[in-house]
Design a protein around this ligand. Sequence first.
Ligand SMILES: [Zn+2]
Length: 151
Amino acid sequence: MGSLDGEVAVVTGARHGIGAAIARGLADAGARVAVTHHHREVAEGLAAELGGDHAGFELDVRSNLADPSPQGWRVRFRHEGPCPVCGDRCKRRSLPDERPLVFVGDGYSDRCASLACDRVFARDGLARYLQDEGVSYAPFDTLDDVAAALS
Ligand SMILES: [Zn+2]
């Protein structure tokens, strides 16, 4: 019996290094682990290595970059400089070409990127913006809501 018996854990980008170590630790603690990677075969391989009732899924997660420094963490966009669509710094150029594309966001820098996606989950400032623009979106409170809607 582990401290996480009956729990489900999702580990993104897990194949090597810290991601794989976290997945193994969660599995050892009793959780059912959903391993994700942008190559399904890689995720399924690690899930098989874990043994037990674990699964691998293809999931390509895009986010800003975080740089540690003695003054604290600094968040940077993956693509610095102005976006050719909105003229501001935004996440649109980080979007993959594959479709369908689901976007989950809440803030100002999510606006332009969300407009380029097939399905949008929004809350807070992004939800207010999409509402004002008359753009369809699904509201969410937590990522559990998003996962339930996508399953
Ligand atoms: Zn933009």
